[in-house]
Design a protein around this ligand. Structure first.
Ligand code: 4NP
Length: 166
């Protein structure tokens, strides 16, 4: 019998800057480790401001430049109570995203996590992934670096918790 996939959803406010990068970079690390069949990966925004839109050009550009990855086919969706029921891990980019998600029905039973709790450096652990919306390329570069290392660390955590062999 096939094991059901481990379902992971990353979320921010708009689902156009930070969480699309988190989705793409986590998927990248999952593939690198040969674990693509074990996971189902998505992203969402706590707001409905950008539903149906592709990622911000800043995120599309940094994914292309740094990893030759095309994320332009992603489309923003709004986080809703069905996501809280359906996903095994729901990972917020910042504390205000987390507070917004905690208002949704079913939040108390959901595995709501903060992405930067997975930073290995205690100095940055628990911080927000800064919102780069409206910022220049350097803001998206900074987000890329943070998201990339947290995606790997979070994959280590999930793999260990789920008993996936390294
Ligand atoms: P994100 O960035 O939450 O990382 O997708 C933002 C995108 C849009 C807005 C705010 C943040 N907005 O206010 O429309």
């Amino acid at each position: 019998m096939n094991k059901p996939p481990i379902r992971v959803l990353f979320f921010c406010l708009g689902n156009i800057c930070r969480s699309p990068l988190a989705e793409a970079l986590f998927r990248h690390h999952v593939r690198q480790r040969g674990l693509a069949d074990e996971f189902e990966i998505a992203s969402a925004g706590t707001s409905g401001y950008h539903v149906g839109e592709p990622p911000d050009p800043g995120s599309v550009r940094v994914a292309r430049e740094r990893l030759q990855l095309d994320i332009s086919d992603q489309r923003a969706q709004q986080l809703d109570p069905s996501h809280l029921r359906d996903y095994d891990y729901l990972v917020a980019m910042d504390r205000s995203n987390l507070r917004n998600a905690e208002q949704l029905d079913g939040a108390s039973e959901a595995a709501l996590l903060l992405f930067r709790d997975f930073e290995s450096n205690p100095e940055t652990r628990g911080a927000d992934v800064p919102d780069p919306w409206g910022g220049g390329p350097s803001h998206f570069e900074d987000v890329y670096d943070i998201v990339d290392r947290c995606a790997e660390a979070f994959l280590d955590y999930v793999s260990q918790r789920e008993g996936i062999d390294p």
